[in-house]
Write a protein that binds this ligand. Structure first.
Ligand code: T6T
Length: 336
């Protein structure tokens, strides 16, 4: 099987999987701020962008931050980045409020909830800061001058088709994700469950939520195996869930027996793909999300047109295409 790129006008493409293996290593830590580089084009030099990610230590957001930082430097824009210690409104809100009080020219943010943080974001926007919603978003469409993310519902559909194939279109499957109320992972679950309905031989069990804690996902997998010995497949909704599911299956001695499609492609997931604990990774392009967000904010600073919505590429990675350079570039970094 060979992977095929589906070219689309807006970099929204989904590569279907083939099979290969790639060794990937993460490198030294990513600095969380950068002073401007050479004079930026478009009169944006000296502008300030602050970034707040969903979880600071998450390689998805590290990869996004590294790219945003580089793009800001190239444009002569000051850049600072921070993120929650964990996926929690009560942790992210103080970060948002303190960044808001500094009145940056632009704020790139991945809100950890579609509703709870909207009042803070409205207040920041009202005081003149331009907001780019990156990866996750909020229900209130008046928040943000641009929204940049993967097509998460499509990613869930691809995970369903890939997992059904791995399972031989029969048996029980379960979705484990972070928590309800996250725009991205909710869309993945929607896409996955709707697509899986096309496979009558597969029974999808009720979704479990791990609060983005790998240890919780590991124990949930083991208790699911105890209750459903016929469990044949798992859809893991993001990096930490993919990590935890891999750990839980290894602890239960079920690597490769229970098939897994997981979102994202951080180093531990790549390791699990290589050792056969995970079978398919739906990788996003967080670097493109970060770069596009800086570009859109820079356009806004310069009074140029801004694209309200940008979809970025996703890639289905398996053991057989991991050596393909066109695929390898989508593996996330654990540091810049
Ligand atoms: O899957 C990504 C991101 O797209 C999602 O919104 C939250 O989880 C991740 O950050 C990976 O942990």
């Amino acid at each position: 099987m060979s992977s095929t790129i589906l070219p689309t006008p807006r970099k929204r493409a989904l590569l279907t999987a083939a099979l290969a293996t790639l060794a990937l290593a993460a490198t030294a830590s990513c600095s969380s701020s950068a002073s401007p580089g050479p004079a930026g084009a478009g009169g944006v030099q000296g502008k300030k962008i602050a970034m707040i990610t969903g979880v600071k230590s998450d390689p998805f957001y590290i990869t996004m931050t590294c790219a945003a930082q580089a793009e800001a430097k190239a444009k002569g824009i000051s850049f600072t980045a921070d993120g929650s210690a964990q996926w929690d409104v009560s942790v992210q809100r103080p970060l948002i409020d303190s960044v808001g009080a500094s009145h940056p020219d632009g704020l790139m943010i991945s809100p950890v909830d579609t509703e709870a943080l909207t009042p803070s974001l409205r207040q920041i926007q009202g005081s003149g800061t331009k907001i780019a919603l990156v990866d996750t978003s909020v229900t209130d469409s008046s928040v943000g001058i641009t929204r940049i993310s993967s097509d998460n519902e499509k990613g869930g559909q691809v995970a369903a088709d890939a997992l059904a194939k791995q399972m031989g279109q029969k048996g029980s499957a379960i979705v484990i994700s972070v928590k309800p109320g996250i725009s991205t992972t909710d869309a993945r679950i929607k896409g996955f469950t709707e697509e899986m309905a096309k496979y009558p031989g597969i029974k999808v069990l009720p979704t479990l939520y791990d609060n983005d804690l790998p240890a919780t996902a590991a124990s949930q997998i083991q208790s699911t195996l105890a209750a459903h010995p016929d469990l044949g497949g798992v859809f893991a909704g993001n990096t930490n869930t993919g990590q935890g599911v891999a750990t839980g299956l290894a602890q239960a001695g079920k690597q490769g027996v229970v098939k897994v499609a997981a979102f994202d492609a951080e180093p531990d997931e790549i390791t699990a793909l290589k050792n056969g604990t995970l079978q398919v990774l739906v990788a996003q392009d967080p670097a493109a999300i970060g770069t596009e967000a800086v570009d859109q904010l820079a356009a806004a600073f310069a009074g140029k047109p801004v694209q309200a919505s940008i979809g970025t590429t996703m890639v289905a990675i398996t053991k057989d295409n991991l050596n393909d350079p066109q695929i390898a570039k989508y593996v996330y970094k654990a540091a810049c």
